[in-house]
Design a protein around this ligand. Sequence first.
Ligand SMILES: CC(C)(COP(=O)(O)OP(=O)(O)OC[C@H]1O[C@@H](n2cnc3c(N)ncnc32)[C@H](O)[C@@H]1OP(=O)(O)O)[C@@H](O)C(=O)NCCC(=O)NCCS
Length: 160
Amino acid sequence: MINVREASAEDTETLWAACLEAANWNGDIRFTKDQLMNDPELSHYVQGWLRNGDFGVVAEARSGEGIGAAWCRTFPADDAGYGFVADDIPELSIGVVPGHRGRGAGTALMTALIDLGRSRGERAISLSVEDGNRARDLYERLGFVRVGRNGGSDTLLLEL
Ligand SMILES: CC(C)(COP(=O)(O)OP(=O)(O)OC[C@H]1O[C@@H](n2cnc3c(N)ncnc32)[C@H](O)[C@@H]1OP(=O)(O)O)[C@@H](O)C(=O)NCCC(=O)NCCS
């Protein structure tokens, strides 16, 4: 059984773990945790969590262990994320640890995060998905549409 709840400042480690899964999404170890934490283009997704404007959700196994997270953060144009659309549109990140994928955690995290964004009055959520990542099916099923291109990735947007 998986429980999804709102993320707090105490969930930073679960977010780092999820961010590492997102960075290494295709199964290759492109980044170790140390490399991730020292790469400014990746670490800015989690560094300083939970700052003003951040919101997120975590998934827990029955044991209470964090097994995944989805969260949103806004970025200024001069420190944009890969899925940047505007400085007032939060960008989503998501990751579930490998042993717990394919059992609904990702869908539950996404729907909970979208509901949270809507209840906060956000107007939209953006994200970046690299070519070939199956996560794209999940995003499109939830209504995200392509609005841009950045390197080998598409930028998707969900209007709330
Ligand atoms: C994408 C991800 C968060 C989905 O979480 P999940 O718990 O596996 O999701 P669900 O069980 O709810 O499955 C929903 C959809 O996710 C995708 N998915 C499922 N297993 C997956 C896997 N092992 N790898 C990638 N995508 C997967 C599929 O589109 C699936 O839909 P389907 O069952 O109709 O094929 C998770 O697979 C993951 O952490 N992947 C690596 C990190 C990543 O790619 N992050 C997103 C970067 S843009």
